[in-house]
Design a protein around this ligand. Structure first.
Ligand SMILES: NC(=O)c1ccc[n+]([C@@H]2O[C@H](COP(=O)([O-])OP(=O)(O)OC[C@H]3O[C@@H](n4cnc5c(N)ncnc54)[C@H](O)[C@@H]3O)[C@@H](O)[C@H]2O)c1
Length: 388
């Protein structure tokens, strides 16, 4: 049987646009998927910018209005890499036009929006996925396998941090990630969203949460960033920062486990410190994105005197996705997490089977995000049922 050509229309061409373009190019290079991406069209608002991006990133054509992209009958999949406030409108219109959808995280600006998005894709019967790429690190997939095999036994704890430091300079400008009307929340929806998605993947569903959020720098120079992570707007007019710089919460899970989560953009020296540790009755695991290929595993069943965390380089044939790349221990990086996720998307579309994580996960993650926000506002525990 021939492979199904999946013609992609992608919106947004900066950070995620680059990561996604790279992944579309590399899926057929490494994987034998049933669906093969065709980089049909890219979309951005600035014609000169999008034209240059189309050439550089390898797209056959471009559009300057996402509505035109969605109307095109030579597009099968809409890939949304625009800021958070654009996700719902684009996704709902794409679903109504019968397109399959990949949407960046967080899925939406609110639970209400996320519900409408899920309803739209269900009604249209299209394939949908949310781009929680950290699930697709081979070491994280292997952690999931160990947990599913019962090697940790009953899970007691998860402690997860997502630590960055890129806005610690008070002169760092008021970029879209610091404006509530564009992003919905700060470190919370940007970073905690990944940690809680990993927690749902590895530990289970949340039951209740208790959180706090803090904004350390309350005003910043108005202006966008022209690249890099350093402040480039000095002086000038200031605007209010109306999102959190840090978000911290405790959680109880349906299965009795408890969790502690910390997401911040003010953890100096931590450029992209995405980490978790999970402790169960039979063992523990630890993972850190800054050493993404290594999974640390402790087994309480090792013989006395030999107990302790062992470091497993999850880059052998037996580790999920790893065998598609290089000989053992010839390691992979950040961009491969997207390639791995996209293989599931391509197979899902080709075979009419919805992969995970999808809009249902996006909604469930949004519910946890909103429950923490509600708790931070009210100063009390908030149950997931209350926000659902
Ligand atoms: N999966 C991850 O780990 C990860 C990492 C970074 C960002 N993200 C998510 O990806 C999304 C984009 O983030 P980014 O870092 O790529 O941002 P970015 O600022 O680097 O790029 C955003 C792009 O969207 C375009 N855009 C904005 N509004 C548009 C519109 N109305 N029509 C067409 N194009 C529009 C911009 O011109 C730009 O090309 C966000 O939702 C963010 O949360 C996910």
């Amino acid at each position: 049987m021939g492979k199904k050509q999946i013609r992609v229309g992608m919106i947004g061409y900066k950070f995620m646009g680059k990561a996604h373009s790279h992944a579309y190019r590399d899926v057929p290079f490494y994987f034998d998927t049933d669906g093969v991406p065709v980089m049909q069209a890219i979309c951005g608002r600035d014609e000169a910018g999008v034209k240059a991006a189309a050439q550089k990133l390898g797209w056959a054509s471009y559009e300057t209005d996402w509505r035109k992209l969605i109307e095109r009958d030579d597009i099968d999949l809409i890939d949304i890499g625009a800021p958070n406030n654009a996700h719902a409108e684009i996704a709902i219109a794409a679903a109504q036009a019968g397109k399959h959808i990949l949407c960046e995280k967080p899925l939406a600006m609110s639970v209400e929006e996320a519900k409408r998005m899920l309803e739209a894709v269900r009604k249209a019967g299209v394939i949908h996925m949310i781009c929680h790429n950290y699930r697709f690190v081979p070491a994280v997939q292997y952690a999931k396998k160990l947990i599913d095999e019962g090697r940790l036994g009953k899970i007691y704890h998860i402690r997860a941090n997502y630590l960055q430091d890129w806005i610690m300079d008070p002169n760092f400008p008021l970029v879209w990630r610091l404006k509530k009307e564009v992003c919905g929340s700060g470190s919370h929806g940007d970073l905690a969203a990944h940690s809680l998605d990993l927690a749902r993947f590895l530990v289970g569903e949340f039951k209740e949460v208790n959180g706090m959020m803090e904004t350390f720098i309350k005003e910043r120079p108005i202006g966008e960033m022209s690249g890099g992570l350093s402040a480039n707007v000095k002086g000038g007019e200031l605007g209010e920062v109306d999102v959190d710089d840090a978000s911290i919460f405790m959680a109880r899970f349906e299965n009795g486990a408890v969790g502690v989560f910390e997401a911040t953009r003010f953890a100096g020296g931590n450029r992209n410190g995405n980490r978790f540790e999970i402790n169960g009755e039979r063992g523990s695991i630890r993972w850190d994105m800054e050493q993404m290929n290594t999974l640390q595993f402790y087994s309480a069943e090792d013989e006395p005197g030999m107990q302790g965390f062992r470091s497993i380089n999850c880059q052998e044939e037996v580790h999920p996705y790893a065998g598609a790349y290089w000989p053992p221990a010839h390691i992979i990086g950040y961009e491969h997490t997207f390639i791995n996720l996209f293989t599931e998307l391509m197979n899902g579309i080709a075979n009419g089977k919805n992969p995970t994580p999808n809009f249902e996960d996006g909604l469930n993650n949004q519910i946890v995000l909103e429950a923490v926000q509600k708790s931070a506002q009210t100063g009390r525990w908030v149950s997931i049922a209350e926000v659902k």
